[in-house]
Design a protein around this ligand. Structure first.
Ligand code: HEM
Ligand SMILES: *[C@@H]1O[C@H](CO)[C@@H](O)[C@H](O)[C@H]1NC(C)=O
Ligand SMILES: *[C@@H]1O[C@H](CO)[C@@H](O)[C@H](O)[C@H]1NC(C)=O
Ligand SMILES: *[C@@H]1O[C@H](CO)[C@@H](O)[C@H](O)[C@H]1NC(C)=O
Ligand SMILES: *[C@@H]1O[C@H](CO)[C@@H](O)[C@H](O)[C@H]1NC(C)=O
Ligand SMILES: *[C@@H]1O[C@H](CO)[C@@H](O)[C@H](O)[C@H]1NC(C)=O
Length: 482
């Protein structure tokens, strides 16, 4: 079986033959003879080589995403053809010595495919309609959206990434040279791994990129890791529920979202709502509140296994940090939230034994990277966000209505999910939203697990995004040669 897909400039399922790779775009962007790894690998991430390690969040990087308009379709196809021959067909990212200095990747929206004259029906109406039209399903007001995302005028996105800013600049100018006036960049944004010991952590401070599904037959799953059929993530593969044009096999749909995070406000909220455990300092109690909102401590340790205090050794151990399922001997799964609230972000998204049988139909592969500066002293003091920061979120799946959109619409935003339980869980306190209305959630305080908290605001504000087709190499060839 050949599995391949592009993800943030990387292949997620390496195979010798059909794996799309990292073109050296210009004369200067030659393959390096590297001695240092381009990918970050903080403790707690699954070891390389592994599906999880091969995502953009694993980069020590600068990562630029540029949303583009294709101005000259024929010219674009011709120029992309010049890029393709430089795409390597061996899996170079997992071996330090063969990693390029910078990566390049391209994904296309429905309007981009239209512009390029690709009229085959990919059989995903949510993709075809675009993300702006889907906002009501996400219970999202679009007044906070970046204006370029309002509508269907973005044809594609290219992503360049590198661990060195000069290589990234070289790569970006090489893209400019090759694609030149065939495209026009309508929006671009730079992501960056957070500094020092925060590498791999998102802006609220939590280690990200821990729990990802793996594909049946792709190595040995880590303890607790979900295993999905290839067709959950890749078009045209086992248990992809839809019929697709054959050229699209091994491509994926990607939901891109720019998610602004209000970090000082998130911290103020926790300080104002400390868990009421006696003997804990105020700081520990506030940290516990945040851990219960996420379902993990900042170290990555799951609250299901470390209910009262962070356990950094657990967070850093990929053999243990995902090996839990919310059930415990003597626990009543319908009422016991002492370890993990029903509404916690990770429990809303992957409810594990809350659903019987355990659900395998709604997994996504996440690949986010933080953007924006670190919180400043002034912001910390004032408790107010002044500079925009957040997460460039990418969700990969074969079916947007079963993946990203399903999770946001039917689980995250749904106060009754997961149920039936002894109490309605309320919203995911991290990501839940109901069109700007007040949000409530249950279970923040382990001493009052059915306590109902009204959240004063959204700590994550959507700036919009788009749905893209991330083509396999074969699919990209088809698109630009049609
Ligand atoms: C700024 C917004 C977000 C932040 C800060 C955030 C943060 C996190 C963190 C820290 C984890 C735990 C670490 C891990 O397992 O990798 C996590 C897990 C997860 N998140 Fe998010 N997330 C955000 C948005 C989203 C969105 C929009 C979705 C889906 C629509 C989502 C779906 C998931 C899933 C599926 C998991 C894995 C749960 C598991 O397998 O246990 N997240 N997120
Ligand atoms: C990223 O790479 C630079 C240069 O090699 C290094 O100084 C820095 O510590 C790295 N950062 C992370 C988060 O690994
Ligand atoms: C989409 O897939 C379904 C399920 O295989 C199939 O019944 C339907 O005909 C397909 N539609 C298109 C337009 O390919
Ligand atoms: C949940 O995890 C526990 C502890 O690892 C295990 O004994 C149990 O079989 C798991 N339950 C299910 C339904 O997988
Ligand atoms: C578990 O909790 C539910 C909801 O409170 C309750 O209806 C049920 O009887 C409990 N089950 C057991 C075995 O105690
Ligand atoms: C929690 O409060 C909200 C808002 O007042 C209300 O809509 C919801 O029904 C309450 N939930 C529970 C379980 O009491």
């Amino acid at each position: 079986m050949k599995l391949s897909a592009l993800l943030g400039g990387l292949t997620i399922f390496p195979t010798p033959q059909s794996v799309p790779k990292f073109p050296a775009l210009g004369p200067t962007a030659t393959r390096s003879v590297r001695t240092n790894n381009m990918l970050i690998n903080p403790p707690g991430h699954p070891p390389t080589p592994h599906i999880n390690a091969v995502t953009t969040s694993s980069f020590n990087i600068s990562d630029v995403q540029a949303e583009v308009l294709i101005v000259d379709a024929a010219g674009f196809k011709r120029q992309m053809n010049m890029v393709i021959p430089t795409i390597s067909t061996v899996d170079i990212m997992l071996d330090t010595s063969t990693q390029p200095t910078a990566t390049f990747n391209m994904a296309l929206s429905q309007s981009g495919l239209d512009k390029l004259g690709i009229h085959d029906n990919l059989n995903d109406t949510i993709f075809s309609g675009g993300q702006f039209a889907d906002a009501p399903n996400l219970a999202e007001l679009t007044d906070t959206w970046v204006s370029q995302f309002k509508g269907t005028s973005i044809h594609g996105v290219y992503i360049t990434a590198s661990d060195a800013s000069d290589s990234l600049m070289q790569q970006n100018s090489a893209v400019q040279t090759v694609l030149g006036t065939t495209i026009s960049v309508v929006y671009s944004i730079q992501g960056q791994a957070r500094p020092g010991d925060q590498a791999g952590h998102e802006h609220f401070g939590f280690l990200d990129g821990i729990s990802q599904p793996t594909i049946e037959g792709f190595g040995t799953p880590l303890p607790g890791q979900a295993v999905v059929p290839a067709g959950t993530l890749l078009l045209g593969r086992e248990q992809d529920l839809m019929t697709r044009p054959s050229w699209a096999t091994d491509s994926s749909f990607v939901a891109f979202r720019q998610l602004k995070q209000l970090v000082p406000e998130f911290n103020t909220f926790a300080n104002d709502h400390p868990a009421s455990i006696s003997g804990m300092s105020q700081a520990q109690a506030a940290e516990l509140t945040q851990a219960r909102m996420m379902g993990r401590w900042k170290s990555g340790a799951p609250v299901d296994l470390a209910p009262l205090f962070d356990d950094p050794a657990l967070g850093a151990d990929p053999m243990r940090n995902n090996n839990f399922n919310f059930s415990h001997p003597g626990f009543n799964l319908s009422s016991n939230q002492v370890h993990c609230p029903f509404s916690a972000h990770i429990r809303k998204n992957v409810p594990r034994t809350d659903l019987n049988p355990i659900d395998v139909g709604h997994h996504i592969l996440r690949s986010g990277i933080p953007y924006g500066p670190e919180v400043t002293e002034v912001e910390q003091q004032s408790g107010q966000t002044m500079l925009e920061r957040g997460l460039l979120f990418l969700a990969v799946q074969s079916n947007i209505g079963a993946g990203f959109q399903f999770l946001q619409k039917l689980w995250i935003n749904n106060p009754d999910f997961v149920g039936p339980k002894s109490v309605k869980p309320g919203l995911d306190p991290i990501m839940g939203q109901i069109s700007g209305s007040a949000r409530f959630t249950i279970g923040l305080d382990p001493m009052d697990p059915e306590g109902n908290t009204t959240l004063p605001m959204q700590f994550v504000i959507s700036r919009g995004g788009e749905y893209f087709l991330m083509p396999s190499l074969t699919a990209l060839r088809h698109i630009i040669n049609s």
